[in-house]
Design a protein around this ligand. Sequence first.
Ligand SMILES: Cc1ncc(COP(=O)(O)O)c(C=O)c1O
Length: 392
Amino acid sequence: MGSFSPLSAFADLAPPPHDEQIALTQVHDTDPNEQKVNLSTEEYKDRNGEPWVLPVVRQTELELIMDTSLTHSKSSVRSPANFIHAAQDMIFGPLSSELKSKIASIQTVSGTGACHMGTRLLCDTIKPKTIWMPDLTYTSHDAIWDWMGTVQKRAYPYSLPDRSAIDFERMLDSLNTKAQRNDIILLDSCAHGSSGLDLEPHQWIELGEVCRRIEIFPFFDSTYQGFASGDPDTDVWAIRCFVQLGLEVCVAQSFSRNFGLSGERVGCLHVVLAFPDQREAVLNKLYYYQRGLTSTPPTYGANLVSTILTSESLYAAWRADLKSMTDRIKKLRLGLYAELIKRRRGMFAYTSLSKQHIELLRKDYHIYIMSTGRISLPGCMLGGPKWSKSYC
Ligand SMILES: Cc1ncc(COP(=O)(O)O)c(C=O)c1O
C-alpha cells in the first residue's frame, strides 16, 4: 500500500477576490427587517420589489406551450438560424447582404457567456497584452479576464472622481499614451452599468478613430439595450457607428434585462469582421469552444426571444413593455435626488454617497447599497422608504 498523504489537492487554493454584490445580497437576504431594500440588484423589479415577467413574454410562453411541434431536444451546436438573424437585426439593424457576410454570430449562455467566448477568441487570435476596462465595471468582467491569465487588466478613466460626468479627455489621453496595437477595449454600448453615464455621439466617433489608429480592438457589452433611451435602435448607435467606421468589433449581447429573462441565460456573441472570407473559420472556432463549454446552447429562452422578435405584433408588444420599464425608471430617477442624478441613463444611479453614509443606511435603515454608491432604481419599491412610494 502506498503511503497516505494527509494533504488535499485543494489545500493551497487561494480565495477568490471578494464579490461585494454577492456578499451584500446575502446579508440583505438574511436581514429579518420588513422594510429592507436591496439597491445593489441588477435585475429589474416591479413596484413590490418582485421580479417582473414582461407581459409579452408571458403571452408568448402561453402560446408556445400549446405548440406541440416544440420539444425538449437539444439544439444544434450551430445556433438556431431564426434566433441568430433576429439577434443580429436587433443590434445591427436590417442587414445588407455585404454586412451579413462579415458577421459571425453564436448563441451563448447569456451576456456573460458571450463575453467569455469573445475573450477566448481574441486571446487565440490577436493575443492581446492588455484589456482596457472602464475604471468602474461589471464585476464578472474581472473574473472573465482573470481566467485569461496572460492578459493584463488595466483601467481607463471613465468618469470624473466624483462620478458626476464622463472624463473623456483623460480617457483618450490614457489610451493615446498607454494602449498598444492589439490591446482590447471593453465598452458598454449604452446605459453604462456602473455609472449611468454614456459618451456623446461625437465622442464615440473620436474614440472609434483612436481605436482605428492604435489598432485597439473594441469589445462592446450590450446588456442594457433599450434602457438608455427607451428605444432599442437608438441605444445601439455606438456599435453601428463603429461598424460604419470599418472597425472589427465583438458584441456581447444579453437578453437578461430587456426581455426580463436573466434566469434563462439568453445571449449572443457577434464578431464583425473586416472581410467575409474569415467568417467560416471564426464560426468554426466558436462552435469548437461551445462544444467544450456547454456542448449546445439552452433552447427555452432563445425560443421565446426569436418568437417575439420575428412576430410583428409580439415585437410591438415587447417595445411597449420595454418602454414601460424605462418610463418607470425615469420617473424614479426624477423623484430621487432630482438635481443629483437626473442626467444619468439606464437602470442605475450613482449617488456619490460616502462609505459612512452607506454604512449608516445599511445599519439603521436596512437599505443595501454597493460601496461605490451605485443604486438600482427598480430596486426602489412600494414597501420601501417613504419617498419611493409616490414614484413606484
Ligand atoms: C454591464 C453588464 N455586463 C454584463 C452583464 C451580464 O449579464 P447576463 O450574463 O445576465 O446576460 C451584466 C449583468 O448585470 C452587466 O450589468
